[in-house]
Write a protein that binds this ligand. Sequence first.
Ligand SMILES: NC(=O)c1ccc[n+]([C@@H]2O[C@H](COP(=O)([O-])OP(=O)(O)OC[C@H]3O[C@@H](n4cnc5c(N)ncnc54)[C@H](OP(=O)(O)O)[C@@H]3O)[C@@H](O)[C@H]2O)c1
Length: 309
Amino acid sequence: MSAPVDISQEQSAKAALSKMRILIVGTGGRLGAALVREFDGKFQVTGLNRTQLDLSDLRAVREKLGNSSFDVLINAAGFTKVDLCETQPDRAFLINAQAPHVLAEICGEKSSRLIHFSTDYVFDGEKREPYTEEDEAAPISIYGESKLAGEKNVLAAQDGNLVVRVSWVFGPDRPSFIDAMIKGAQESERVDAIADKFSAPTYTHDIVEMLPQFFERGVDGGILHFANAGQCSWQEYAQWALDCCYDAGQPLKVRTVGAGKLENMANWIARRPVYSVLSTAKYTKLTGISPRTWREAVSDYITRFYTKK
Ligand SMILES: NC(=O)c1ccc[n+]([C@@H]2O[C@H](COP(=O)([O-])OP(=O)(O)OC[C@H]3O[C@@H](n4cnc5c(N)ncnc54)[C@H](OP(=O)(O)O)[C@@H]3O)[C@@H](O)[C@H]2O)c1
């Protein structure tokens, strides 16, 4: 017989969680916007976009956040333009590494927890099975290097800080690869996507849902990988998106995604890892929950945001 659930204990834990003050930085972005939108009403949420807090102005960051009160600071901001990072390395390190360092220092002073987002691009992509948190990071781009430096700065500041690495983020708040593919299939006669680069898409909604499990200070910090389950190439990802659109009654000019090759991406400046699937075994071990598959997540996204009204 299973142990009786203590409802009063569960309710008071929920009530305590709802009183938590969550400050989110980077709310103009795909993930930051989703966090604010979906946490609103569940926690005491404050959000800051780039106009309200420019991470490249470290003094302003110290001043503004030093005078704010919060239990958890979530940093969803970043210089995410992978190719631009190659030509603007100083800016990449300023926003992706130095600013997180300042955020971590501020959290340390306030005994608040910092949850900082990072990327599968900290890996070189040479492995052929999912990367775990223990695998050595060896970035092959300035973006990856600057994000890895940011991770180290955040983790060095205090024990409870959490770095969440995600991959191929998609969601309704800012168009990404998947939306570009759908638009392409709606407007042109031909759509191609790279067939020899592999990772797993991560739905912002699923990140938002899982994150509160890590708000409490009792939960260990460190590095955590999170992505939807499974793996795919960009071609498979795009093909599934078109299949879901077709099933949802979306008009498409083309239904099949052609296979592109990484070596033909002549306009890319930065190198990208060929294989960067993140293992979520640690997440499942900690929470007892397995992320749903990327196919389910993409299907859910298309049903919710592309289905004809
Ligand atoms: N997108 C992906 O596929 C992906 C994959 C792996 C990891 N990640 C990581 O996930 C996190 C969230 O990414 P995302 O997909 O939400 O990216 P995003 O849509 O590009 O959002 C990043 C946000 O950071 C803001 N930002 C840039 N420079 C800033 C500055 N100086 N001060 C304040 N804000 C600044 C951007 O402002 P603007 O709105 O003005 O541009 C944008 O709102 C990042 O840490 C990223 O590295 C993303």
